[in-house]
Write a protein that binds this ligand. Sequence first.
Ligand SMILES: Nc1ncnc2c1ncn2[C@@H]1O[C@H](COP(=O)(O)OP(=O)(O)OP(=O)(O)O)[C@@H](O)[C@H]1O
Length: 242
Amino acid sequence: MTQLTLQGVTRRFGVLTAVDAVDLSLRVGECVGLIGPNGAGKSTLLALMVGDLRPTSGQISLNDTVVTRLPVPARVRAGIARAAQIPQIFDRLTVSESVRLPALYGAGLSDTQARAEAAIVLERCGLADKAQAYASALGLLDRKRLELAKALAARPRILLLDEIAAGLTEPEVEEMVVLVKSLRDDRAILWVEHIPMALREACERLIVMERGVKTLDGPFAQVWSDPGLQAVYMGVPGDAAA
Ligand SMILES: Nc1ncnc2c1ncn2[C@@H]1O[C@H](COP(=O)(O)OP(=O)(O)OP(=O)(O)O)[C@@H](O)[C@H]1O
């Protein structure tokens, strides 16, 4: 079974330790939520997993292969892809072209296969009717969908989602939840989001980070009912939630 493993992963920016000795594993078939206050190190952790950043120390492995020093393209080809917090969109490409590129260079498909893959992924992400539109013409929901579609087109076994529901309306968030739930069978998903209710619907496991440290990791209901977490997220005094 495919598994991403982080061992003692640390990233410093000068004197600031953004990610502090994190141990973590993700297995295909599970959807894991990751929450924590602003600046907790969540995006940095995802950047380390996808290869945007190198750890100061620690090791990242995909199954038995150490990928710690691999650059982003090699990591995408190895099966790790991320939908970024701010959609990385090329305004001059059409929606279809934007998704075909990761199918070609991430999944390694032929041109014909990549066209077919793009059509399937766009259908799945609710963008089929906008395939020929320019990415620049898309609204926020469709930009978020396109960012997810690009990640999916690389056929990742490890899919990292960085705030793909941020800024969306409640019904739009619900659409994203349904979409994410439909993706979990044959990949591992790690979803960073500030909307706990979205994570509760989609994820069976929850990780909490604070100041770079992984403080909680376990079954969603168990972690969610932690008194400290309830105090932060639900305004319940620590002693009342206990
Ligand atoms: N390139 C960088 N250079 C210096 N400091 C950085 C850099 N990237 C992140 N940081 C710092 O590292 C810490 C963690 O940032 P990060 O963006 O990972 O947090 P986060 O949990 O994703 O926050 P948010 O929920 O606000 O997106 C913050 O203090 C941030 O200012």
